[in-house]
Structures are given as structure tokens and as C-alpha cells.
Design a protein around this ligand. Structure first.
Ligand code: BGC
Length: 460
């Protein structure tokens, strides 16, 4: 093996470690959104809560996430990507310990809200950081490590909830355990480098070169610095520039994909899977929770498949396959509920369609939304535009979560799932006409294509 290829291998290994540590932010995102489903049962009993207070405890994280994503658009630009993740790690850890020791409900809501702030920032800074540090040929896989960690965080939270349901007052442990990955993330991020793209943006060219020399595999460092600098006419970015006409196609793609990721019902499954299984006729809580752990596990496994395929097949083919699968499974799920007699075979059809649905989401909209919003924006407005798409994502998430049960009352369960199926079909059409393929391009090439107005054209 030549010296160069040995060095390339070593650099690739370093990039994987960097991406893995940053993706722990995704683990916290998944854990902290998933853990509430089990914890809330205990909290409700201990404090004798009304439904309205339960809703407040549950939605404090979502509200925090919307606000966190909104107000930190400039944070990643001013403080840097790395420092922003360090701050979220501190917030995650304090929030976890604070929730574990919360003496009363207002204190618990405040701690959950601060965890939400951290999730809001982390949900876009982690993919942004990984995307800016990755070489183009493995960027899809590396950024999607973050989504893999989100799904692992969700399953771990389900398992922790399940195991801790045996004792009393265990909700404190459920929340407190979130401090462990928080502290690991904090320690890890202290040692990781800043991204070369942010460094160039700050005029810190030597530092950027130094980072690139540790992570670039046989690429010409001076040329890369040049390409990055050429995308920056001047360093300051205002919100007005985010809405510049040439940036708008990318802006819409991020916001509209956020809509499709959430309005096709993913979190009705993630937050309400046990409820859906009980609707379908499983009377025992235990079976419903076990089925939910199954859903979480399929989510993890299929995200691994996505990671393997993203840089081979490309983003768009996976979006088509996944959304088609989502539409079919939602159609079947709706029909299973429509044919009211769910006692026999039909309840198994219901489980199978939920599993097929989650598998389809996991190879498409799950990872690809976060991946695309880390790739499609020009460097100058990237952090702000990404934070906008993230706010939209959390906003739609909150809206769907808050209206799902009412929707099933008004439209019926069948009607609700059919509606999600139709939205999935609309998503396929939208992707065909408006979403660019980013596989294999450097971030600077993607920006060049957007600027030239030809970013939907195929590569020759
Ligand atoms: C979504 C979350 C969802 C999770 C499930 C993420 O990509 O943004 O809303 O809970 O996937 O795996």
C-alpha cells in the first residue's frame, strides 16, 4: 500500500470518528423525544395530573425545539458549528439532571423546555457540522449517521422505559440517564476541530488548511480552500440574503420537505404506536409496548440500509421508493381500520403495515430530509437557511402531534391514514419536479449549480 493510500485510510478513519461523536447529538435528540412516552405514565400518577398539564409536559420539548432552532440560526455562524454543539451538550446534560431532580411540575416543564432548546439547535447543527467536514463521496452516509443515532436514541428510550416500568418513581432515572451521552458529547466535542468551511468564512485560512490536511483524502487542499473562498463574496450574511431569488428554490425545497417529512405521519407512529396498536385490538399494554420496540428496531435497521445505499443509488431514487412504500402501507393501514372488524387477521395486517411504513420512512424521508438541508444551501446563508427548514420541521411536528387524536375523531382513523397516504403521493410528485440530486457533488458544486439555475439537471 502506498504512503498516500495509507494516509487516506487514516484520514477516513478520523472523519468517521468525528462524525460519530457529533452524531451523539442525534442520539440525544432521539432519546429525549422518545423517553417521555413511558415517563409520562408515572409522572401523571405521582402528581395526579390533568390532561392539559400532561400535554404541557409532553409538548415542552417540542416548543423548546421550535424556539431553539429559530433563535440559533445566527449562533452557528457567529460562534461556529463546533461551539454550538458544545453549548447544546451542556444544555442536554443540565436538562437531564434537572429533570431527574425536579421537585415539581413547573421545574420539570422548565427543564424539558431547555432540553427542547438543545434539540432544536442540535438537530441542524450536527448534520451541518458533519456535512461541512465530510468528503463528497461519503457525505450521504456520514450525515445520515446522525439520523441513525436519532433512531437508536428512540429505541434506547423505549427499552429504558420498558425496563424501568418495574419500579416506583423511575421516571427520574428515565430522564437522568440522558446525561450520560450528553457528557460524552461534551467531552468529545471539546477535542474535535471546527469545520474548514466555517474557518474560511471567518478568514482563518491557516487553521482551515490544517483541518483539511487531517481529513482530506488525496484532494488538493489549496484548490479546496479556493473553491470555498469563491463561494463567499463577503463574510456577513443577513436574513434578507436567505430570501434572495437565486436561493429561493433551495429554501422552498427545505421547508416543503420538512412538511412532507412530518405531514406523512411519522410521529403519530413514533409517539402513538402503542395507542395505534391498542386501537387495532391488542388489549395488553405489554404487547403494545413490545410491538413499539419492534417499530423502533426496524427504524434503526432500515436507516442502516439507507446509509449503505445513499451514496450508491442517490437521494432521489430512495425518496421515490420510500415514499411509495409509505403511501401503500398507509393506504393498507387505513383500509384495515375501515373494515372495522380488527379482531382476527386484520390486527396483524395493521402491525405489518406499520412496520412496512417505518421501514419505508427510514430509507427515505427520515435521513434524506436532514441530509438534503445540510447540502443544498449556499455556504453564506447555510446556517440560517438550515435553521429555517429545521424550525419548519419542528413546527409541523408539533402541529401533527397536537392534532392527531382530534383528526382521528373528526376524519376517522381510516380517513386520517388515507390522508397521510395522499400526502406521501404528493411528496413523490414534488420530489420529481423540484428536488435536486446531490450525490457525488461537492458542496461548492451544488452551490454553483443552484447559482446557474440548472441544479435539477442530471450529471453527465
Ligand atoms: C424526524 C423525527 C422523527 C424521527 C424518527 C427524524 O428524521 O425528524 O421527527 O421522530 O426521524 O426516526
Amino acid at each position: 500500500m502506498s504512503d498516500q493510500s495509507k494516509k487516506d485510510k487514516a484520514n477516513l478513519f478520523i472523519i468517521y470518528i468525528i462524525a460519530f461523536v457529533a452524531a451523539l447529538a442525534g442520539l440525544l435528540f432521539g432519546y429525549d423525544t422518545g423517553v417521555i412516552s413511558g415517563a409520562i405514565l408515572f409522572i401523571k400518577d405521582q402528581f395526579n395530573l390533568t390532561s392539559i398539564v400532561v400535554e404541557r409536559v409532553v409538548s415542552a420539548v417540542l416548543l423548546g425545539a421550535v424556539i431553539g432552532a429559530a433563535f440559533s440560526g445566527s449562533m452557528a455562524d457567529k460562534l461556529g458549528r463546533r461551539r454550538s454543539i458544545v453549548i447544546t451538550a451542556v444544555l442536554f446534560s443540565f436538562g437531564a439532571v434537572g429533570s431527574a431532580f425536579a421537585p415539581n411540575i413547573p421545574a420539570l416543564i422548565a427543564c424539558r423546555f431547555s432540553i427542547g432548546l438543545a434539540i432544536g439547535v442540535a438537530s441542524y447543527v450536527a448534520p451541518l457540522y458533519i456535512s461541512e467536514i465530510s468528503p463528497p463521496d461519503v457525505r450521504g452516509a456520514l450525515v445520515s449517521l446522525n439520523q441513525l443515532m436519532i433512531t437508536c436514541g428512540i429505541v434506547v428510550s423505549y427499552l429504558v422505559d420498558y425496563m424501568l416500568t418495574l419500579g416506583q418513581n423511575e421516571w427520574r432515572w428515565m430522564f437522568g440517564l440522558g446525561a450520560i451521552p450528553g457528557i460524552i458529547l461534551l467531552i468529545g466535542m471539546i477535542y474535535l476541530p471546527e469545520t474548514p468551511r466555517w474557518l474560511v468564512k471567518q478568514g482563518l485560512i491557516d487553521k482551515a488548511k490544517d483541518v483539511l490536511s487531517r481529513i482530506s483524502r488525496g484532494r488538493d487542499i489549496d484548490r479546496e480552500i479556493n473553491d470555498i473562498s469563491n463561494t463567499l463574496t463577503d463574510k456577513k450574511c443577513s436574513w434578507k440574503e436567505v430570501f434572495d431569488p437565486w436561493v429561493r428554490p433551495a429554501l422552498f425545497v427545505g421547508i416543503i420537505l420538512a412538511f412532507f417529512q412530518q405531514a406523512t405521519g411519522i410521529n403519530t407512529i413514533i409517539y402513538y404506536a402503542p395507542t395505534i396498536f391498542e386501537f387495532a385490538g391488542f388489549s395488553s399494554h405489554r404487547v403494545a409496548i413490545l410491538a413499539t420496540i419492534g417499530v423502533g428496531t426496524v427504524n434503526v435497521l432500515m436507516t442502516m440500509v439507507a446509509i449503505w445505499l445513499l451514496d450508491k443509488l442517490g437521494r432521489k431514487p430512495l425518496l421515490y421508493i420510500g415514499m411509495a412504500g409509505m403511501a401503500v402501507s398507509l393506504g393498507v393501514l387505513g383500509t384495515a381500520f375501515h373494515l372495522t372488524d380488527l379482531s382476527g387477521m386484520l390486527k396483524w395486517i395493521c402491525v405489518a403495515s406499520v412496520l412496512f411504513y417505518i421501514a419505508s420512512f427510514a430509507i427515505s424521508l427520515g435521513p434524506i430530509f436532514w441530509l438534503l438541508i445540510s447540502e443544498i444551501y449556499p455556504l453564506k446563508v447555510r446556517a440560517r437557511a438550515m435553521s429555517l427548514a429545521t424550525v419548519a420541521n419542528w413546527g409541523f411536528n408539533m402541529l401533527v402531534a397536537a392534532t392527531f387524536l382530534t383528526m382521528t375523531d373528526k376524519l376517522g382513523k381510516a380517513g386520517t391514514f388515507w390522508m397521510f397516504a395522499l400526502i406521501s403521493i404528493a411528496g413523490i410528485v414534488y420530489c420529481y419536479f423540484f428536488v435536486p440530486e446531490t450525490k457525488g457533488y461537492t458542496l461548492e458544486e451544488i452551490e454553483g449549480r443552484l447559482r446557474s439555475g440548472y441544479w435539477l439537471r442530471k450529471k453527465h
